[in-house]
Ligand binder design. Structure first.
Ligand code: GLC
Ligand code: CA
Length: 524
């Protein structure tokens, strides 16, 4: 059996508003993405996931959709999207879109009608409930900002549910029409050549049918699993979501080539995450592994997480690794505290693990989170929640050392502030064979030669060094410590190196500098 196209693929997340602006308004757009495809082809990317591209009032920057069949006018037109899919395909790059099925925008015509006419069938597409016993919200559920997840609709005296902002009403996934609508939406984009979807809040679609209170969190819970002191076991994470994904999977599989479903499965344990693949591997084909992403960059912890992940996945499923995204910060900051040696080692780790990798735009040059003046911040959810703004890791792509980093023409008002483009940019790194960009390209080329193939076998699992080999001839070793270390029993040619070593042979004894990673190709 041949492997599906996404297995072992390198996917690249493009936060469209921040990648490349084609018309001088300071907002990245689809024409900009088209103009950046040569960079991705050169780098060795197999697919791109575009952050939301559909029309939206942008209260949550596209994660509040008002039309699932369109393209946001700030980003381009449907013709631009068609062109992008075509241009990408010429370069062997597939295009995945972001689907937001948990909620719509309150400006979506369904909700507008649901609110204005309680007797309309649209009403039932959302979750409404009578006030609770004391006259307040129906239950104790909290939204992502920490406030009640219920907002009162005064004219009708009923509350509607929103797990995120009040302007993002949750859909009722017990409703058959909602299910049918989304199957139509999937098919609509699949028919247009979209290779798959990243599914927003994939763990959260179905809510408890009795709307039971979420339990209080205890000390055993990781902060990531807790929402305002509660564990969302009823407001999200219902097992019944499996039925939806089995149906979507059958739809995705009915296309040639099959379309991919990649879930934003916000669960901490690899075992919990693995459930979304389905025991029979008949649900989502790929799931984000947040336990891995939130783990410390230490050899023992990471090796353990990878072991647990591989042990939990159903037969034939593809693991997925990622270090940065638009919600949780960039790994060169989070894992590496800006230390280039550490972030280069982390890049090797991400690219050499068995399975699919999702790089976030800028990972290829080691872009870090960016300081921004308070008055430029636009992430409303973070303000309401009193959390760090996600804008810090959504800053525009740094293509060159021009004033606007080559992201937008000089003098254009960029929608978010630029980072330090003089220090870090694509153009300068293209010219430097020792740069992170070239390291990344080398790794992606090695992936095409089997670096990330299955058959993971750990050779050393901490505390300082972690080394493994796969079914192919490659051995990867990462020293995630400030100490020099040695790995015994490795003989071959160094084909990727975060240090200054360059291509060379090793015989039996691999010496590793602090925060150093290498890939060795064994002979024969
Ligand atoms: C997902 C998105 C995030 C958004 C939220 C609500 O977690 O990644 O950016 O705010 O869903 O849609
Ligand atoms: Ca633009």
């Amino acid at each position: 059996m041949t492997e599906p196209w996404w297995s072992g693929a390198t996917l690249y997340q493009i936060y469209v508003r921040s990648w490349k602006d084609s018309n001088g308004d300071g907002i990245g757009d689809l024409q900009g993405v088209i103009s950046g495809l040569d960079h991705l082809e050169w780098l060795g990317v197999d697919g791109i996931w575009l952050s939301p591209t559909m029309p939206s009032p942008n209260r949550d920057w596209g994660y509040d959709v008002s039309d699932y069949y369109g393209v946001h006018p700030e980003l381009g037109t449907e013709a631009d999207m068609a062109r992008l899919i075509e241009e990408a395909s010429w370069r062997g790059i597939r295009v995945l879109l972001d689907l937001v099925p948990n909620h719509t925008s309150d400006a979506h015509p369904w909700f507008v009608q649901a609110r204005s006419d309680p007797s309309s069938p649209m009403r039932e597409r959302y979750v409404w409930a009578k006030p609770g016993a004391g006259g307040g919200p129906p239950n104790n559920w909290r939204d992502a900002t920490g406030a009640s997840a219920w907002t009162l609709d005064e004219p009708s005296g009923q509350y509607y549910l929103h797990n995120f902002l009040p302007s993002q009403p949750d859909l009722d996934w017990w409703n058959g029409e909602v299910r049918a609508e989304f199957e139509r939406i999937l098919a609509y984009w699949f028919d247009r050549g979209v290779a798959g979807f990243r599914i927003d809040v994939a763990h959260g679609l179905v809510k408890d049918s009795q709307l039971r209170d979420d339990p209080e969190a205890g000390p055993e819970h990781h902060p990531m699993e807790v929402r305002s002191g509660l564990v969302p076991v009823y407001s999200a994470n219902r097992p019944e979501v499996a039925d939806i994904y089995r149906r979507w999977r059958r739809l995705a599989d009915s296309y040639e080539p099959p379309r991919a479903l990649l879930g934003e499965t916000w669960v901490l344990s690899p075992e919990g995450m693995a459930r979304f693949y389905g025991e029979e591997a008949d649900q989502l084909q790929l799931c984000f592994n947040f336990g891995f992403l939130f783990a410390d960059l230490s050899a023992g912890t990471m090796a353990d997480l990878v072991r647990r992940t591989l042990a939990s996945l159903p037969e034939g499923a593809t693991p997925l690794w990622t270090g940065s995204n638009h919600d949780v910060s960039r790994f060169p900051t989070r894992w590496a505290a800006g230390d280039e040696r550490r972030s280069r080692a982390a890049l090797v780790m991400l690219c050499a693990l068995p399975g699919t990798v999702v790089l976030y735009y800028g990972d290829e040059i080691g872009m870090t989170d960016v300081e921004m003046p308070e008055e430029r911040l636009l992430d409303e959810m973070a303000v309401l929640a009193g959390r760090t703004s996600r804008d810090h890791f959504r800053s525009p792509m740094q293509w060159s050392d021009r004033p606007n980093g080559g992201f937008a023409e000089d003098g254009a008002p960029t929608w978010l502030p630029m980072g330090d483009c003089a220090a870090l940019n694509v153009r300068a790194q293209r010219a430097d064979p020792r740069s992170t960009l070239h390291l990344c390209r080398t790794l992606l080329m090695l992936r095409r030669r089997g670096l990330a193939s299955s058959g993971y076998r750990p050779l050393v699992e901490g505390p300082d060094v972690w080394a493994w080999e796969g079914a192919s001839r490659f051995v990867t070793a990462v020293n995630l410590s400030p100490r020099t270390a040695e790995v015994a029993g490795v003989t071959g040619t160094v084909v990727a190196d975060t240090g200054d070593g360059g291509r060379r042979s090793v015989a039996e004894r691999l010496v590793m500098e602090p925060w150093h990673a290498v890939v060795v190709e064994r002979e024969g």
